[in-house]
Design a protein around this ligand. Sequence first.
Ligand code: DX5
Ligand code: ZN
Length: 239
Amino acid sequence: MNGELSTMNCELRNPLHFSPMVNTVTIAPSILAADFARLGEAVEQVAGEVKMLHVDVMDGHFVPNISIGPPVIASLRAATDLYLDCHLMITDPLRYLGAMKDSGANGVTAHIETVPNPVPVIEEAAAVGLDIALAVNPATPVDTIMPYLDRLSMVLVMSVQPGFGGQSFIEDSLHKVEVVRAAIDARGLSTDVQIDGGIGMDNINRAVDAGANILVAGSSVFGTDDPAAAVRDLKSRIS
Ligand code: DX5
Ligand code: ZN
């Protein structure tokens, strides 16, 4: 079984877009909610159900928490062929793109709040061979990323304040997803739209209806006794 659920009607591929997720609706389990002493087991638990793992990189500066970085990503890379989607909640993403690539990341997401001019990050990601996405925090308007839409593989709309798993979903984020999806469709782009934070059985359907096609799920997957079953349940809700 794979993570694909349905196709979306998009014509163009961004030249920078290497992600296998284009045009598909998929669950991206966030390993932030897994037991860090047993990451390999966590990956094995969901590997048959998904194509992408969401890896939260936090620096204790942009967000008030510290998680993992390139050494752990390298260990994950050795353990799986899944697409490693690395969410960079760090103040200086440009500085770490080379290390992300070397450690085996497939794609990285930088926060627009950290790179008000993201062009150098977009260009460096392309130079080293990473998919590049931009994220907006709950308080950041999506207008900030619109000028760069055609250069991105993905847009991430945060539906919680970044930094911690297990928070409550912020409903206003659905409208932001709608605005981003409408802009992508209007321009005929194939950009993925990811939503991250508080996604579970009670809201995943609405996130997809709003236009998100990559659904990050941490607690609702690894916070359960059976992560594979939890992914199947989430898929069934949106199939
Ligand atoms: C929060 C992270 C999320 C987090 C999601 O800063 O970016 O990826 O792991 O966890 P849940 O699904 O528990 O909200
Ligand atoms: Zn994340």
